[in-house]
Design a protein around this ligand. Structure first.
Ligand SMILES: [Zn+2]
Length: 274
């Protein structure tokens, strides 16, 4: 499932594909993914030139001439793919035909992704964007900031980190990886973390995002986003590695369930016996 690094990779790829391009036509194959309606979005986009792609947490903000803006979310399985005109792809939901003869396809097996039309000038202030906490890549994240945002929280720190209003862009994998790197027990109450633990978690967040971005390759060269759930190589330290030896202390890695999601962790590094 795409988290901040995968969406950032997608932003870079889309910016390269769309640079200087004009949209000739939008074809909507799955109308329920598009708002306010397939017809309205297609009418607004046709003939407009791309101006820029930004990312806020897991949202892509695309701007075009004519004050046309799009918010795009990849959902669970969404991906943008570029092909020469005339090709049909599996799980094809949207097709954006460009003036250079390419078509950008939005493929989405599970159909939790979506695309919304808004004025480009209003994208950054949409309620869904304004409600986000700090984005580690864009806004930075340090120990004191994280401690302030976790203050008073009675939730487990792993669950709190996945709250987009606390820190934006972090999902199940990045939260577990950051806590492993910080040697912090994912079950600890978020509001009880010490300043040193918060500093370590903030550092862990930056490290795991950088590591995941590097594992995707350069968006200036590579076209395809890699999802580890689809059989891609697992670049993570603990995710989906239950039973394997911890890369630091060799204790077998474990899995527990928090908020309905699997947390992979090291009982040796992250909860050393007192
Ligand atoms: Zn360990």
């Amino acid at each position: 499932m795409p988290e901040l690094p995968e969406v950032e990779f997608t932003r870079g790829v889309l910016a390269r594909w769309l640079a200087g391009r004009r949209v000739d036509a939008l074809t909507v194959l799955a109308p329920k993914l598009v708002a306010p309606s397939a017809q309205k979005v297609a009418q607004a986009l046709a003939g407009q030139r791309f101006l820029g792609a930004e990312r806020r947490a897991k949202y892509l903000l695309l701007s075009f001439t004519g004050d046309v803006g799009l918010v795009s979310h990849l959902g669970m399985t969404g991906r943008w793919t570029r092909r020469p005109a005339g090709e049909a792809l599996r799980h094809d939901r949207l097709q954006l035909a460009l003036d250079d003869g390419h078509v950008l396809h939005f493929q989405d097996m599970r159909m939790f992704g979506w695309l919304e039309l808004h004025p480009a000038s209003a994208l950054a202030t949409l309620p869904v964007i304004a409600a986000l906490g700090p984005d580690p890549l864009r806004d930075g994240l340090d120990g004191p900031t994280l401690q302030a945002r976790l203050a008073g929280s009675k939730r487990a720190v792993k669950v709190a980190l996945m709250d987009q209003a606390v820190v934006a862009g972090i999902g199940n994998i990045q939260a577990a990886e950051a806590l492993f790197r910080a040697k912090v027990d994912p079950r600890l109450l978020a509001g009880a973390l010490t300043a040193a633990q918060c500093a370590a978690v903030a550092k862990g967040v930056h490290q795991t995002i950088a590591h995941t971005l590097a594992s995707q390759g350069s968006p200036q060269v590579k076209d395809e986003i890699a999802y580890v759930e689809e059989g891609g190589e697992n670049p993570f330290l603990v995710y989906d590695r239950r039973g394997e030896p911890c890369p630091v202390c060799r204790t077998p890695l474990a899995r527990l369930t928090q908020g309905g999601r699997s947390t992979y962790w090291c009982p040796g590094c992250q909860a050393p016996p007192a």
